[in-house]
Design a protein. Structure first.
Length: 454
C-alpha cells in the first residue's frame, strides 16, 4: 500500500507538471498571433517541443520543427465552454504524446479567421517515468529491500532484547529445591528485563531463606521431640528389663509427665504452623485494658501482678490469640520475677501498648531477639521451668505480626520488659478521633481475692 501510494503520487505529479507546462507554452504561443498575418512558427525553449495549430477540419496550419510533417497530434477539439483539455494520445506505430488542446477564443477566431474555429496542440513525447514500469519496479524493489532490512533489524533487536530472558530461563531451569543459591543474571539499567531479573532474585532469596528456616525448624523440632521420646523409651525399657528394681507407678507418672510435655510441644507447633500459614481467624473489637485486667486477676498465687490500664484501649483482633500472648508474657514474667510483676495497657501515638515487666535478672541485649526464636530457652529459663516447650514467645510474636503489631524486649531499669504494640481502634473498628480520659485501675494478686482501686 505504501509503494502503490508513492507511485500514484509521483506519477500524478509528473503528469500534472507536463500538462501545466504544455498549457503555459500554448498560451504564450497564442499571444504571439497578430490579426491579418500568418501565425509565426513556434520555436520551443522547453521540453514541450510539439506544437501545432489545427483548423476545424483537423488540418495542420503551422507546427514546430519537432511536429513538422506529422498529422494532427490529437482529435480532441475542446468546445467553447471548456476551451482547454488535456489528452494523452498513443499511436499504432508506438509511442504516446501528452498534450494540452486549447481552443482559440471567439474574439480571436473572429479577428484572425472570420469565425472559423482553430485549435492549438502543445505537448511532448510521454516521459519514460510515465511510459514504462520503471518506477513501479524500482518502488517494489525498494519496498522489498526496506521490508527485509526492517524485518532483519527487528529480528536482531528482538533476539538481543530477549537474550536476558533466555538467560533467566536457563538459570531458573538449573535451580532446584536442594540448591536455591543460584541467581539469575541482572541486566544493567531500569528496563523491564532488569526489573524482572531483580524481582526474580528477590523471590529466590526469600524462597531460599524460607527453605532454610523450614530445614532449621525441622531439625530443631526433631531434636526437641527426640529428647523426651528417648527419655520415655528409656524409662519404659527399664521397667520391662528390670521389673523387680523399678517402681511401675513411678514409671507411669514419669511417662505421663513426658507425654504431657510432648503434647504441649505438638500443640504449640500446630499453633505456630497455623500462624505461619496465615489461616484466617475472626477479628472483633477488643478492649485490651479489660482483657489484661481479667487475665491478670484470673492467675492466682505466685508473684503479685500490679496492673495499670487506660480506658478504651480498643483494638481489632482475635480474642483467644491475644489472651494467649498476654498469658505467655505473664507466665514468662512469673518464671523470672523476684517480688513483683507490672502489667500495663495504655494508648500512645495511635497505638495500643501492652507491657509486662518483671524485677528479675533481665535479658542481655544480645539475647533480646534470640528469645523469640523457636525452641530457644536461656539457661535461667531452663533451670526455672525445665519442662517448657520453648515456643511461647515465638508464638506470641507471630500473633503480634498477624495483628499488624510488634512484640519486643525493651530497656527497663530492672528485669525484663516485654512490649506489645497494636494498631489502636475504637469500638466501631475506626481509628480514634481523640484520646479518652484515662483512668487507673490496679490489681494486686497476692494469692487472695484481687483488690480493685481507682
Amino acid at each position: 500500500m505504501i509503494g502503490a501510494g508513492l507511485d500514484f503520487l509521483v506519477l500524478d505529479r509528473a503528469q500534472e507538471q507536463v500538462f501545466q507546462q504544455a498549457q503555459r507554452v500554448a498560451t504564450n504561443w497564442l499571444g504571439s498571433f497578430q490579426p491579418g498575418s500568418t501565425p509565426p512558427r513556434p520555436i520551443p525553449k522547453t521540453r514541450i517541443n510539439l506544437l501545432q495549430l489545427i483548423d476545424s477540419h483537423g488540418r495542420v496550419v503551422v507546427a514546430s520543427a519537432a511536429a513538422a510533417g506529422r498529422s494532427a497530434l490529437s482529435t480532441v477539439m475542446p468546445p467553447v465552454d471548456d476551451r482547454i483539455q488535456d489528452d494523452t494520445q498513443c499511436f499504432p506505430q508506438g509511442g504516446c504524446v501528452m498534450l494540452s488542446a486549447v481552443r482559440l477564443s471567439p474574439i480571436e477566431t473572429r479577428e484572425l479567421w472570420r469565425g472559423v474555429p482553430h485549435f492549438v496542440y502543445a505537448g511532448m513525447t510521454e516521459p519514460p517515468i510515465l511510459a514504462t514500469y520503471r518506477l513501479e519496479i524500482l518502488t517494489g524493489a525498494g519496498i522489498l529491500l526496506t521490508t527485509g532490512l526492517v524485518a532483519g533489524g527487528n529480528w536482531w533487536v528482538g533476539g538481543r532484547s530477549l537474550r536476558p530472558v533466555a538467560a533467566i530461563r536457563a538459570t531458573m531451569e538449573e535451580i532446584t529445591v536442594s540448591d536455591l543459591s543460584l541467581r539469575v543474571p541482572e541486566p544493567s539499567g531500569r528496563t523491564e528485563y532488569a526489573l524482572l531479573a531483580r524481582t526474580a532474585n528477590q523471590t529466590l532469596a526469600r524462597l531460599e531463606e524460607a527453605v532454610k528456616q523450614q530445614r532449621r525448624f525441622a531439625s530443631t523440632t526433631s531434636h526437641e521431640l527426640r529428647t523426651p521420646l528417648t527419655g520415655l523409651h528409656t524409662r519404659l525399657e527399664e521397667a520391662v528389663l528390670y521389673p523387680d528394681d523399678v517402681d511401675p507407678h513411678e514409671t507411669i507418672r514419669e511417662a505421663l509427665s513426658i507425654t504431657r510435655r510432648l503434647e504441649t510441644i505438638v500443640d504449640d507447633l500446630l499453633v505456630l504452623a497455623r500462624l505461619r500459614a496465615g489461616d484466617a481467624v475472626a477479628h472483633e473489637p477488643i478492649d485490651l485494658g479489660a482483657l489484661v485486667t481479667e487475665e491478670a486477676g484470673a492467675q492466682m498465687g505466685g508473684v503479685p501482678v500490679h496492673v495499670h490500664v487506660d480506658r478504651d484501649v480498643t483494638v481489632q483482633g482475635n480474642r483467644i490469640q491475644l489472651i494467649r500472648v498476654f498469658d505467655n508474657l505473664l507466665a514468662n514474667a512469673r518464671r523470672h520475677a523476684d517480688t513483683r510483676i507490672e502489667a500495663t495497657a495504655e494508648r500512645a501515638a495511635g497505638q495500643a501498648v501492652v507491657t509486662v515487666t518483671d524485677d528479675g535478672d533481665g535479658i542481655a541485649p544480645q539475647d533480646r531477639e534470640r528469645v523469640f526464636e523457636r525452641f530457644v530457652r536461656l539457661d535461667a529459663g531452663r533451670r526455672r521451668e525445665p519442662g517448657g516447650s520453648g515456643l511461647g514467645l515465638a508464638i506470641s510474636r507471630d500473633i503480634a505480626h498477624a495483628h499488624n503489631g510488634t512484640l519486643r524486649v525493651e530497656d527497663s531499669p530492672r528485669g525484663a520488659r516485654f512490649v506489645l504494640r497494636l494498631p489502636l481502634m475504637d469500638a466501631t473498628g475506626r481509628p480514634p478521633i481523640g484520646e479518652a480520659s484515662p483512668g487507673a485501675f490496679h490489681v494486686v494478686d497476692e494469692g487472695q481475692t484481687p483488690a480493685w482501686r481507682i
